[in-house]
Design a protein. Structure first.
Length: 107
């Protein structure tokens, strides 16, 4: 089995639900961290993260406020993803939050 560490970055430019990591198929991914940064100089913003698995979605965090020019770590333990699973983010405000997902992909 091959293992590869990767990082994926997304700027949340909309208030629509956005896929921030789509997983791998075939294989397994272990999400080691989800880092959210508020890059706005004047306003806080909230974020909701979901794990989508088999057509069902489960909150990783819901409406967490990220203060002005601050950051938030959404995971305190690794999150394994099976093929077909993915993670979405929804920002309360557009153009304020950036997300980095750190993953170990195993194929």
């Amino acid at each position: 089995m091959a293992e590869s560490y990767k990082n994926f970055g997304t700027a949340l430019t909309t208030v629509n639900e956005t896929t921030i990591y789509a997983g791998i198929n075939p294989g397994t991914a272990i999400v080691n961290g989800i880092h959210i940064a508020n890059v706005d100089a004047s306003s806080s913003s909230a974020i909701t993260l979901k794990l989508v698995k088999g057509g069902n979605s489960y909150h990783i965090c819901k409406s967490v406020l990220v203060p002005i020019q601050s950051s938030y770590q959404a995971l305190d333990t690794p999150l394994p993803l099976e093929a077909g699973n993915y993670i979405t983010a929804t920002a309360a405000n557009a153009n304020r939050l950036e997300v980095i997902v750190s993953v170990l992909e195993i194929t």
